[in-house]
Design a protein around this ligand. Sequence first.
Ligand code: ATP
Ligand code: MG
Length: 407
Amino acid sequence: MHLTRLALTDFRSYTDVDVPLKPGVTIFSGPNGEGKTNLVEAVGYAATLASHRAAQDAPLIRKGADQAIIRAAISTSANDALVEIELNAGRANRVRLNRTPLTRPRDVLGVLRTVLFAPEDLALVKGDPGDRRRFLDDLLVAMAPRYAAVRADYDRVLKQRTALLKSAGPKGGPKGNRQSREAVTATLDVWDAHMARTGAELLVAREHLVTALRPHVENAYTAVAGDGRGPAAIEYKRSFESQPADRAATVAAGSAQTGSAEAGATTHGERVRAAEHALREALLEVRASELDRGVCLAGPHRDELELSVRGLPARGYASHGESWSLALALRLASYDLLRAGREDPVLILDDVFAELDAGRRDRLAALVAQAEQVLVTAAVPEDIPSLLTGAHYRVAAGTLTEAPDAT
Ligand SMILES: Nc1ncnc2c1ncn2[C@@H]1O[C@H](COP(=O)(O)OP(=O)(O)OP(=O)(O)O)[C@@H](O)[C@H]1O
Ligand SMILES: [Mg+2]
């Protein structure tokens, strides 16, 4: 798929901008702070309903305005689509698809698919486990949008169960208006069941995804870092003990695509049920400490995606360049997985070349040059390998000017 147009109104630093886009490479260059990332951030938002660098929507609305609008026109081999997103300060956002308002904004997920590489990706390697869980969940939703609902369900259950645990108060603490432990325990049984059910679905999907992603990460790491620099490895680590049968089932079905029916409904169902059982048991085991501490101690919200390079954990051991290569490998692997048997997602490279040495730059350029559409930003156009030529816009003070020469 590719974008044919991106139009922004009061988004970040842009009052009004309307850019026609073509397949192939489009470069946005310009000095720091002129609005290059703002453009590609809008594209990412149209695909995922979230910014890759702001947790809230407020910073996306231009200072002084109370509404931002993103319009993205998308062309696939099957059809054309128009996604329109209205970001409202203090009110719910609104999404229209082909001019029809959507009751549930998340129904737009999957219409535009993107893979975005950005300097923030370094957090995938160096950041908290939460950054890596978000990476997996975002990819899961991009692969199969129905996981947006699974994720939202789990987050809701987790929040409510945590509130319940807190209401029990610490062991031996003053009673006050807190509920008695007996009352909380009875209600907890119900929440444990909810948590185990939604949690199992989420974590089995993540495990499945990691198995599918692994060979792509290994290949992409070698492709970016060069021969003999790897291997890089990824491993999903549950926050609680798994049943052996449950793990065997995960490995056996690992080659099938996430969310696809080919995995065999029974096999997938069995794996989810086994994980549900294991999580339920784990929750019973940690219940006393959960009540003491007022936090949920088992479940996919505490799982980890372990990354390693040459057998050493990436976090804390990998060099800066190795960490970058690994982050790139995770994104390239996502791209490989997302395009398998489907339309290419739109590839976005925000300021990535400046961080890489010449060899890595050229290898990355060679890998992405064949993509249906690549949007590239750079402060210094010379940082972009010559292999990536195409349309070129200069970005300055909220306006785009098409540069006559390619690169
Ligand atoms: N809500 C907003 N309203 C007005 N201006 C904003 C808003 N959010 C960000 N900006 C401005 O946008 C600019 C940042 O734009 P952007 O991040 O796209 O820069 P860039 O061209 O990618 O720069 P760099 O080369 O440093 O990455 C900053 O000057 C910032 O003040
Ligand atoms: Mg930028």
